[in-house]
Design a protein around this ligand. Structure first.
Ligand SMILES: NC(=O)C1=CN([C@@H]2O[C@H](COP(=O)(O)OP(=O)(O)OC[C@H]3O[C@@H](n4cnc5c(N)ncnc54)[C@H](O)[C@@H]3O)[C@@H](O)[C@H]2O)C=CC1
Ligand SMILES: O=C(CO)COP(=O)(O)O
Length: 333
């Protein structure tokens, strides 16, 4: 569900993974012309210019056509639209289907993760909801550059089943039962990537960026532990792995948005320039609110929120962060 850059790319991963088993993958595209292009030319030129999609992918703008008979429903739409979109098609999901979220955002207003929104709106039990997260820049994967990822579900069998369905020669999924840790790692790294992008945009060097990445991981870890997730998850692909990929890549939309802010553009101007979803812009406030609810110190997230909401200039961000009271590096609380 979603024919954007990651929805289309992940459809290709799955189609390549299951081609020999005679399984087909169907994409729901919002626009009729996008569905038509996928069916007729096997391309999605708006998002993946050079990629030829496999023959066992078809598309439709009719959600009923796509969901009818689907054993696995994969969601790849912008996080802030999920609730409304899902409400419109939840009754079309087959009674035993599993829902997999590819999304990396936190819902504003409720501070819920996407797996929690899915559970609430579609009224599904935990064992039928999974998330996938890792260092997965869509453009690289579309070019079949090797990477790995994590399928997280509280039910081991479900996680293994999904991992089989998306294990392609260039894509290696691991499994994990720490859904919260996997999901939050993917959400918070977008905010840290905004901060790193801002450093880049202001012309700061690698020491600065490395400091933000490392301390960004420290504050992500504090949040995940406070909410009941596991430390080892943060050391894995959906934690450190995705953080490094997103913070170092010019392909990242969050990194790019941060860089534009660092170059002095206003948020409205940045939003106008972005043709794809940069989840961190909307999720930053929700993550900060969540951290306050659980009394977790997240100074980089707080500074990013202040910049996004016009309460702090990017130039004053470093001064604010470095002037805080000194403390031990090992403090996780
Ligand atoms: N692009 C990437 O490299 C990766 C993206 N993700 C996550 O996947 C999710 C989707 O991202 P992308 O596919 O990259 O986004 P995108 O901006 O490329 O595409 C979003 C798609 O959702 C569709 N859509 C459906 N309902 C919508 C609505 N109500 N409002 C707006 N758009 C709607 C759009 O038409 C579009 O096809 C995000 O949560 C993102 O963080 C995760 C890993 C990698
Ligand atoms: O999640 C991603 C890579 O794992 C994609 O990051 P962006 O949304 O910043 O492009």
């Amino acid at each position: 569900m979603g024919a954007g850059s990651w929805g289309t790319t992940f459809a290709k991963v799955m189609a390549d993974a299951v081609a020999e088993q005679g399984i087909s993958v169907q994409i729901w595209a919002r626009r009729d012309d996008a569905a038509h292009e996928i069916n007729e030319r096997h391309t999605n030129s708006r998002y993946l210019r050079d990629t030829k999609l496999p023959q066992n992918i078809s598309a439709s703008s009719d959600r009923q056509v796509v969901l009818c008979g689907a054993d696995l429903v994969v969601l790849a739409i912008p996080s802030q639209s999920l609730r409304a979109e899902l409400d419109g098609f939840k009754d079309l999901i087959e009674p035993d289907a599993v829902v997999l979220s590819l999304m990396k955002g936190l819902e504003r207003g409720t501070d819920l993760r996407m797996s929690q929104v899915i559970a609430e709106v579609a009224e599904l039990p935990e064992n039928r909801i999974a998330v996938l997260s890792g260092p997965n820049l869509a453009m690289e994967i579309a070019r079949e550059q090797p990477t790995a990822s994590v399928v997280a579900c509280t039910d081991e069998q479900t996680a293994n089943w999904i991992a089989q369905l998306c294990s392609a020669p260039y894509f290696r999924p691991y499994t994990n039962d720490d859904v919260l840790g996997v999901e939050l790692g993917g959400i918070v790294k977008n905010i840290i990537a905004l901060a790193v992008g801002m450093c880049d945009g202001m012309g700061m060097g690698d020491n600065t960026k490395s400091t933000v990445i490392t301390r960004g991981l420290a504050e992500t870890t504090r949040l995940v532990l406070a909410l009941g997730g596991r430390l080892d998850t943060l050391a894995g692909l959906s934690g450190l792995g995705d953080l490094v990929a997103t913070c170092s890549s010019s392909l990242s939309r969050n990194n790019t948005a941060g860089r534009l802010l660092g170059q002095g553009l206003f948020l409205d101007e940045v939003n106008d320039r972005m043709s794809q979803t940069a989840e961190g812009i909307k999720s930053a406030r929700a993550v900060f609110d969540l951290s306050r609810t659980h009394d977790v110190d997240m100074p980089i997230t707080e500074a990013v929120v202040m910049v996004l909401e016009g309460m702090l200039s990017v130039e004053n961000m470093a001064e604010r962060l470095l002037a805080r009271e000194l403390k031990s590096e090992g403090e996780l609380q």
